[in-house]
Write a protein that binds this ligand. Sequence first.
Ligand code: PNS
Length: 159
Amino acid sequence: MIKAAYPGSFDPITFGHIDIARRASHLFDELHVVVMENKQKKYAFTVEERMEMVRECLKDVPNIRVESFSGLLAEYTLKNEINVVIRGLRAVTDFEYEMQMALANKEILNGVETVFLMTDKSFSFLSSSLVKEVASFGGKISQWVPSYVESKVFEKFAR
Ligand code: PNS
């Protein structure tokens, strides 16, 4: 059985993330979508809120498990006997950071491979930060996130 992990902040999950998770779920027997919690980072949503949105958006995919983790990704993969990490690549600007992470993970835990999936071209510019920024000014985000996430984002920014 080949298990993969798709880690990220998912703050919030977007159609870009959903596309990558669904495609990765077809490539592996089990996919863990891992909502990472880093105490140094500021998130708009709590880890529970982020997990709930991820769960809701991917609930129809039987081989996806939604988990959260605070710590090194390599530690998560070791604990869960996962040998593949999935990351989405949008543009060449993602490459340097992603290469650094992939090499660091390999250095920390020899045996863990990172597999990159190219984003769908319609989401190549899309990020959680963009969604939050547009929403914070009351702009339309329904083309970037499912309606469930859209309502959670507006609820958060209305406060
Ligand atoms: O969605 P993001 O914010 O681009 O995801 C980045 C994330 C959370 C996958 C990355 O920061 C991460 O793996 N953090 C866990 C800490 C870790 O393992 N760091 C070493 C690799 S650089």
